[in-house]
Write a protein that binds this ligand. Sequence first.
Ligand code: ADP
Ligand code: MG
Length: 254
Amino acid sequence: MSLYNQVLNNLSDLKLEQSKLFLGEYLEEASKKQLSYLEVLKELTDRELKHKKLRSAKMRIKVGNFPFEKGLNDFDFDYQPSINKKEIYELSTLSFIELKKNILFLGSPGVGKTHLAVAVGIAAADNKYNVYFIHAHNLISDLVLAHNENRLESRLKHFSKYKLLIIDEIGYLPIDNVGSNLFFQLIARRYEKSSTIVTTNQPFSRWGEVFDNPVVASAILDRLLHHSHVINITGRSYRVKDKFVEIDKNKMQL
Ligand code: ADP
Ligand code: MG
């Protein structure tokens, strides 16, 4: 076997797939441009590292269970002037995760709460953080089931391990007393240890009704809000954006 093929086999055994793929090309380039061995090695290892980073980011996004993949670039800030664009871009630098702060997106349906939560979550997954997106009701059903089956502790541990947990749609459906208590336990565990993003259509003053227990609701809010960014979106739903255009057109036709 030629020396070249032996190197290819070694790269394959070491799972350095990019280096294996591009070795020939780099060697040709090296002799054309008279590059040193070190320069070739640097190029190959850079390429390999970049590929590895991309692959693990993709994997984290997949594991993150996002309902869609949208970023801040897909968000039309002009449509929603109550949002401070600079503040949202600041959040996407992810320093809030290092500071173990939470984000609460507040607003009526369709104003972009989930979109922004996903965009920040994907930025986090792109940048080495393990992230998980879950609907509030799925999370609570999961905890209730675990509680009934005597494995609550391991489930709480599981949901506590994420550097960023995104809990979507609190307030769309009421949560009973058991669910509220279990939810509190999770929030209390994550408090000051890791970041949580919450989206809700209910003002905090109504969380007592959402959680069927004002004392627990206030204990949950207390921990969520202590170190947090609250983004209150007061505009109208993006889902009816085109409908308004149609209405405007109709008006113009009249
Ligand atoms: P919410 O969670 O507040 O109910 P979503 O984030 O689910 O709203 O938004 C509904 C749909 O509209 C999604 O497809 C989202 O990507 C889109 N959307 C909402 N606001 C905007 C916006 N300002 N620019 C672009 N797309 C938006
Ligand atoms: Mg939503």
